[in-house]
Ligand binder design. Structure first.
Ligand SMILES: Cc1cc2nc3c(=O)[nH]c(=O)nc-3n(C[C@H](O)[C@H](O)[C@H](O)COP(=O)(O)O)c2cc1C
Length: 331
């Protein structure tokens, strides 16, 4: 437990409020009805993420503070992803210039929170487009930052390790606070400003998924922000099936929250996700730098291959009928 301090470690791991949603993603509520008498000699995990071919149906969710975790921070994360054929979503709070991340050769998308004055987001968006972002992920579950226990790492982190892609002085500008009035129009605005596909991250309800699809999103991302926003929000494993049903294949569906092993990845795709995204695990693996992340990604791919084989599935399409979600235990 050396490397970085306890305040930072707690910030990486903790959830909002009492931490209920942070520890209850619900993947262990999923049971499998495996197929047998099927040829699983060859398992093909490949997936397509908005035109980027990836080696397995998982990718990296946006997390800030990577340079506080390891001196090479986001660059080490990006290099590991590039080497392992994994797509990276870069937090708008990153402490590394977008162009540097892009230069590693990784396939990457930009995550954004929109400010009250939307026009203030334009320089950041233009920098990401110029650097080669493949999509914009709009996080919609954060009108305010959910309160967490303990001292805030943001009060002690070296400011040069975060938010380097914003104009200097951005946070002091009137209108730079997070928007509390996000709506479907923001999706079209972002798509028009960037010319990129827009993914909406933080959906837990089928009616919101429908509104996002009707507004023209390119993918819907089921998330409760790893339990870091509204505590006691639904477990994502429980929210996913209704969203996938509502979206009905019109656009891809992604999911995150507590995905920790190959069985969780199998459960996610079996319940209708096109890919699972990973937050805390890769940033904790980053403590050991690029090699730590790369070895974590290889282990997860191996575990996923084993889970597919044991479930009698040789690709993602095969998994769609193998999962059953048990009702959550009565509280
Ligand atoms: C340290 C940390 C920083 C995060 N920063 C962001 C962020 O900047 N933008 C965002 O949309 N989500 C952010 N998230 C949420 C993740 O993208 C993701 O939704 C969540 O971590 C998934 O759950 P998991 O950590 O259980 O895998 C962050 C999560 C963590 C743990």
């Amino acid at each position: 437990m050396t490397g970085f301090d306890q305040v930072l470690r707690d910030y990486l791991v903790d959830g909002a409020g009492e931490g209920t949603s942070a520890v209850e993603a619900g993947w262990s509520d999923v049971r499998f009805a495996p197929h047998v008498l099927r040829d699983v000699t060859k398992v093909d995990l490949e997936a397509d993420l908005l035109g980027t071919s990836v080696r397995a149906p998982f990718a990296i969710a946006p997390t800030s503070l990577q340079r506080a975790v390891h001196p090479e921070g986001d660059l080490a994360m990006a290099r590991a992803c590039a080497a392992e054929g994994v797509l990276l979503v870069v937090s708008s709070n990153t402490g590394t210039p977008f162009a540097g991340i892009s230069a590693t050769g990784v396939a990457w998308w930009l995550q954004v929170y929109l400010p009250a004055d939307r026009a203030l987001a334009i320089p950041l968006l233009e920098r990401a487009v110029a650097a080669g972002a493949g999509a914009v992920v709009l996080t919609v579950d954060t009108p305010v930052v959910g309160s967490k226990r303990g001292p805030s790492v943001w009060d002690s982190v070296d400011p040069s390790l975060v938010r380097v892609n914003f104009d200097p002085g951005y946070d002091d500008l009137p209108g730079s606070q997070k928007a509390t009035d996000l709506g479907p129009d923001d999706i079209g605005w972002l798509a028009a400003r960037t010319g990129l596909p827009v993914v909406v991250k933080g959906v837990l309800r089928d009616d919101d998924a429908r509104r996002a699809v009707d507004a023209g999103v390119s993918a819907v991302w089921v998330s409760n922000h790893g339990g870091r926003q509204l505590d006691r929000a639904l477990r994502t494993a429980h929210a996913l099936p209704a969203v996938a049903r509502e979206v009905g294949g019109a656009v891809p569906v992604y999911v995150d929250g507590g995905v920790r092993c190959g069985l969780d990845v199998l459960a996610a795709v079996a319940l209708g996700a096109d890919a699972a995204f990973l937050g805390r695990q890769p940033i904790l693996a980053l403590e050991q730098g690029e090699a730590g992340v790369a070895s974590y990604l290889r282990r997860l791919r191996d575990e996923t291959t084993e889970a597919f084989r044991l479930a009698g599935c040789s690709d993602v399409a095969d998994t769609r009928d193998v999962a059953v979600v048990l009702p959550p235990k009565a509280l």
